[in-house]
Design a protein around this ligand. Sequence first.
Ligand code: NAD
Length: 500
Amino acid sequence: MSSVQELLVSLGVNPASFQNGSLKVHSPIDGAPIANVVEQSSAEVTAAVERAHAAFTQWRQVPAPRRGELIRLLGEELRANKEALGRLVSIEAGKIIAEGQGEVQEMIDICDFAVGLSRQLYGLTIASERPGHRMMETWHPLGVVGVITAFNFPVAVWSWNTALALVCGDAVIWKPSEKTPLTALATHALLERALKKFGDAPEHLSQLVIGQRETGEILVNNPRVALVSATGSTRMGREVGPKVAARFGRCILELGGNNAIIVSETADLDMAVRGIVFGAVGTAGQRCTSTRRLIVHSSIAHELAERLKKAYRTLPIGNPLEAGTLVGPLIDKAAFDTMQTALQKAVEQKGIVTGGQRVLHDRFPDAYYVEPALVEMPAQTEVVRHETFAPILYIMSYERFEDALALQNEVPQGLSSAIFTTNLLEAEYFMSAAGSDCGIANVNIGTSGAEIGGAFGGEKETGGGRESGSDAWKGYMRRATNTINYSRELPLAQGVKFGD
Ligand code: NAD
């Protein structure tokens, strides 16, 4: 058994699920095959939905604070296994150790949040216009939640959805990315341990289905799946959204971003450089919130570009499992090819490229490590308006703040955005109704690294969904409005009178 397989077994995964299956898994670190995961047939996925629905009808009757206990136990399992699961994230998704561990910490944080939430699923009491009446709203469990996730946050996104969904009284079916099924198997094994300790949860409350996008499509098309929460590319969301809408199901779409930082002439440049480099090259540019565009005041554009080039030259690129590495590999060859095509287009569109080439191919002939690219663009051309899921940072300059804001908003995506400025008026305007049109708008902090306490998601082609903190839980429940008459009269609406 290889060390990866031993790691899986130590996390409680049954070897039968990853030894002789049809889904071949490769580590992006060296391209080596690490497992053969068993995939579920379409009949098995449909049967899983039926079982989930049966589990839902029981779980919805369990008091919410008791449901919270399950998530508390899940948090404990995650704490106890943070290092092992984080390492597996690094091996399967290519993240550096700190990011792999950080992803598991996010899971722990959302569990803590959801445990508290289990006692706070509040509805309103509303003043009635009729005498002797009271109105209120009640939040009820929604049904089966299908969670479809992307490769780049292979486990955290599941937890953002599942911790809330389970506390809200729903049953969950998870379809992870076909590129990262091992972290899903391990995470689900930890949830199963928590379920065992919990004792009396219905069987099949949470299930994992492994497969290609067709597996996800079965969840998308099944009317028993009340909510499809899908994270991935805008292409995927364009397919999923209309199908779920056609059957009047509910969707949370968390899709691509094209996140910009505006750097004003008043910015603290030391802070800005740190924020930009972390946002642009962290996870090798493979975060939905990665910084992809820089909009810099012309008076400091040259200086900032030079400082970034200097910082980029010293970036430690390499095996993400080794201490000191800050930039790991791209997920696969297709990601590398897409990056190269984008850089070629940028040159055709008059961009000046620094970096971007493949490195370490002698040591890792089957893996794809790149020098992150900086591209100075004369304008926001077609290639800049597109999300390329790789470490490419386009730099553009501006003269007037209004123009910077217009450039920031003038892309189809609307996930994350930031401004570095010490001008209070610019900062406030940036966050105002006429400012950034993104779901996340930050001041003096970069575009990535959202905390779980806030609602996470974005507008336009990012899909409009919200997950994680704040009142995102409402997306996982249905709202009933109740009117109670405690008088001995029955005043009818609109003054209508029937009978005596
Ligand atoms: P992807 O769209 O290729 O796949 C995502 C998931 O959707 C996978 O599980 C895949 O099997 C499934 N899928 C694809 N087509 C489907 C279909 N027609 N029906 C049902 N399921 C389908 O994305 P990826 O390459 O894994 O991830 C990268 C993308 O995800 C980037 O665009 C990134 O910005 C985005 N992302 C967004 C967020 C966010 O919260 N907004 C978070 C992480 C990643």
